[in-house]
Design a protein around this ligand. Structure first.
Ligand SMILES: [Zn+2]
Length: 227
């Protein structure tokens, strides 16, 4: 008898810049097959350079879980992988985006504050950035401790970090819910292999026109401090 891999329900991701959609569909055990991951990597390619790079399967599992939680709402991707040159140009060469460890996104019809709180309380050893004026949440994986920051910049503006992100949250009158402990998704082990290293061999694609408007403006910083 043929072995059949049973798949979980697919969820749909859409990129804001290119309006591409991708069906993310792990096996029932939470793992993603090679074909899925190739599609995932391509889907999250650098939209400035078209360069494709491995993007963490752990991050795929997290996005899957987020999409399942906000069932019926589309996950809209602002940025995934970012070529190193682009990260440098945006003034943040240490960003986790060029390592394929980060994604900026929002969920259609869901307040970004709600998304932010869900992400912060659900996942650990992650970096979470809240971009209230650009209306997205940044999530990166592969950290030893959690990090959180708020960047008040709007699209296309330089970073404008909150000096006191936790204090700012409290003044929002939407107190962060206390963490609910949940098990990590099953597919975690594949992440953070060394294929995350970036290395440009070969020609860099031509610089694409900078697209004005609604995409990710700037880089995401990754404060290493844990405040
Ligand atoms: Zn980011």
């Amino acid at each position: 008898m043929k072995k059949v891999v049973k798949l979980a329900r697919a969820i749909t991701l859409t990129t804001l810049n290119t309006h591409e959609t991708y069906l993310l569909r792990p096996a029932l055990n939470g793992r993603f097959g090679g074909l899925q991951l190739r599609g995932w990597n391509r889907f999250l390619r650098c939209h400035h350079t078209q360069r494709v790079h491995n993007v963490s399967p752990l991050l795929a599992g997290f996005l899957y879980r987020i999409a399942t939680h906000f069932d019926g709402h589309r996950v809209l991707i602002v940025a995934g992988y970012r070529a190193p040159r682009i990260a440098r140009e945006k003034g943040n060469p240490k960003s986790p985006h060029p390592k394929g460890l980060a994604c900026d996104f929002r969920v259609e019809g869901i307040a970004t504050t709600t998304l932010r709180d869900y992400v912060r309380t659900t996942f650990h050893k992650v970096g979470v950035g809240y971009y209230p004026n650009s209306d997205f949440v940044h999530l990166d994986v592969g950290r030893k401790v959690d990090a959180f920051w708020i960047d008040y910049s709007g699209p296309g503006e330089r970073a404008d970090y909150s000096a006191d992100p936790k204090g700012d949250l409290q003044s929002e009158k939407l107190p962060l819910k206390l963490p609910t402990t949940q098990p990590a998704p099953a597919d975690s082990e594949a992440d953070l292999r060394d294929d995350q290293r970036v290395e440009p061999k070969g020609a860099q694609p031509p610089k694409s026109a900078s697209s004005p408007g609604s995409e990710t403006p700037k880089t995401t910083p990754e404060p290493d401090s844990t405040n």
